[in-house]
Write a protein that binds this ligand. Sequence first.
Ligand code: MEV
Length: 340
Amino acid sequence: MKIRASSPGKAILFGEHAVVYGEPAIVTAIDRRTYVEVEDSKNIEITSEDLEVKGIRIRPGKRFETKEDVSFRRASYIFTAIKVLEDEIGKINGARVEIKSDIPIASGLGSSAALVVPLIASLAFHSGHELSKDEIRKLGWRVEEEVQGASSGVDTTIATFGGTILYRRGSYKEIRCKVPLVIGFSGKGSSTKRALEEVRRRMRKNPEIIRGIMRGIGQITRKAVIAIRQNNLEDLGELMNLNQGLLYSLGVSSRELDSMIRCSLEAGALGAKITGAGMGGCVIAIPNRNEVRVGIRLGGGIPIPVRTGERGLEIESVEDRGKRNNKEEGGERGGKRRSG
Ligand code: MEV
């Protein structure tokens, strides 16, 4: 049996970091995805050229052996996903897993959640467990908490359900609007764990001030929902710039990110800010003309035009042996079936 699953990357439009402290965030699924393909095998063997992961070999029910050197940071999401899944459903079946991705790694575009969600969904499905989408996103959330030390769950929610959502503490509401966006990638990786630690350090040192900043970001996010619904891009851009000012005070900007933001605003963007954890990674800008891409280049970054509000987790079984029923497509259950 062969299982294929995929999930989208994401851009946080408003509210990163504040969402970890209980404020709302707006996040959208982008048209870049991670694809996981699972086939029968004795052991669990994982390879991915795109993620530079090679030779991970695990005996089902056992903890980890690696055949060759792997980047531990990347592999840790994979190891933890398997551990969390086995804690939940028991020993999983042996599987050969191939992962492909067109989301830049550690870029703030949700590459970890877009890996963990389809990995959990496909390995569970391959072992005969058709978990609901909500179960999958919660397991993915647990993985992020373990690896990063904290997580609001926003990334695994958007990787599972897609669209554009207003998210707060595990619950979410769909916002049925598409926002035009240009992403600028600094080419430098961002560590969510390190950025979360820096914000936590500032919170411990000046709790009243940082709490006030978090509340301010929450207010900006609530206003942004209205601007998105009214398709008022000028207001949206202004709110983005306010959000960026507060992210700067949280210490998660960088010289490269600041340079892309300044140059895209000078090139006519209506607003620009960091997206995701920051301290590297990407910015987003609301374009009003094509020069915004030029601005991002002038600021030293790589422009990535994206479509927003894209589809969430998709899972299908090809070469179906017909043992289980086709539950549904894109609904409560994570799986759908197709004979191959
Ligand atoms: C990371 O994409 C967004 C953060 O707010 C962390 C989280 O919400 O889990 C920095």
